[in-house]
Ligand binder design. Structure first.
Ligand code: GLU
Length: 323
């Protein structure tokens, strides 16, 4: 309960910050590699397992990554929502190479927003929003809303609006199955992979200052590098790492517990409060209808190793409870 309260306090302060923040975006700039993303081509992550473009509709037809004004009126006039999600993160946002469709918890939340706006959960197009692209994509109008395993924090709340928290992860470590690394204390001199523009990058630099950090554009690329022996551990949110472990339980294990708290929220362009209200309304609708518990169980609760802290799990499995 203590964590729930502390997160509520964090959220309240974020809401306040979001309400009065006027500073321009400063921290997340597209890098040379993410600049590739300005053209809708496959990213490293997507190329690992699929040949799709960065944008696919729920019907699996690639889109051109059309520009978006992002206001509720623009979205209604366009007739479709554009949501930025991960393409390489099983459980939350994953471009399934077998279906050429994106799937996961974040994807289902984006569909719930489309359902609330249009009465049709399929009226949403997806674009791949890797960690460093999330805020730029909102600023540039490439996505109306970001559901991309994104931690709501004060720094980011100066740049964009955040919805209510919909999940709480914690940073952890993924290591090869035979590794002797058991916690962040064991990272001295070790090479650790993580992703540009993530909180994981900042946290690991602060918590394991003697580790060598190698940065990637997307998590699948970091895990691939570990598989090839180029990094000795990968660090990010546990729920992301569990997805890779689930995929290759004979190769990788999650170790070290949670050493941060990462409250996930949807990102919306600064000042776009009408859309923010719809996103929060959609999250509320999900809880009230009981669909929340359904999709939680479907993506997150189906594997006993992949659960958030018990107190959050209890909250989320009660359809009408507010986190
Ligand atoms: N939740 C963290 C973040 O928003 C790490 C996961 C990610 O990069 O998507 O930065």
């Amino acid at each position: 309960m203590k964590k729930v309260l502390s997160t509520l306090v964090l959220l309240l302060s974020l809401t306040t910050l979001a309400a009065c923040g006027t500073e321009p975006a400063t921290t997340v700039q597209p890098t040379a590699t993410t600049a590739v993303m300005t053209e809708p081509t496959a990213t490293t992550a997507a190329m690992v397992e699929a040949t799709a473009t960065t944008a696919v509709t729920t019907a699996g037809t690639p889109t051109t990554g059309a520009m978006s004004g992002g206001t509720l009126a623009d979205i209604k006039a366009r007739g479709r929502l554009i949501a930025g999600v991960k393409y390489d993160v099983r459980i939350f946002g994953y471009l399934n190479p077998e279906t050429n469709k994106v799937e996961g918890f974040d994807v289902d939340l984006a569909k719930a927003v489309a359902e609330r706006i249009f009465g049709d959960p399929e009226k949403v197009d997806f674009v791949e929003a890797i960690s460093a692209n999330r805020i730029p994509y909102l600023d540039q109008g490439k996505a109306d809303v970001i559901f991309s395993t994104m931690t709501a924090n004060e720094d980011r709340a100066k740049q964009i609006e955040f919805s209510d928290t919909y999940y709480v992860a914690g940073q952890s470590l993924l290591v090869p199955i035979n590794s002797t690394i058991a916690s962040i204390k064991d990272l001295d001199g070790k090479t650790v992979g993580t992703v540009k523009g993530s909180t994981s990058e900042k946290n690991i630099a602060a918590k394991a200052p003697t580790a060598k950090i190698e940065l990637f554009d997307a998590y699948a690329a970091a895990v691939q590098a570990m598989d090839a022996g180029r990094v000795e551990a990968v660090t990010t949110d546990d729920i992301i790492l569990y997805g890779f472990q689930r995929n290759s339980p004979d190769k990788f294990k999650v170790v070290g517990g949670q050493f941060t708290q990462e409250p996930y929220a949807a990102g919306i362009k600064k000042g776009n409060t009408e859309l923010l209200a719809e996103v929060n309304g959609a999250l509320r609708d999900l809880k009230q209808s009981g669909k929340w518990a359904e999709i939680f169980k479907k993506w997150i609760g189906s594997d006993p190793t992949a659960v958030p802290p018990q107190e959050w799990r209890d909250v989320y499995l009660q359809p009408t409870a507010t986190p």
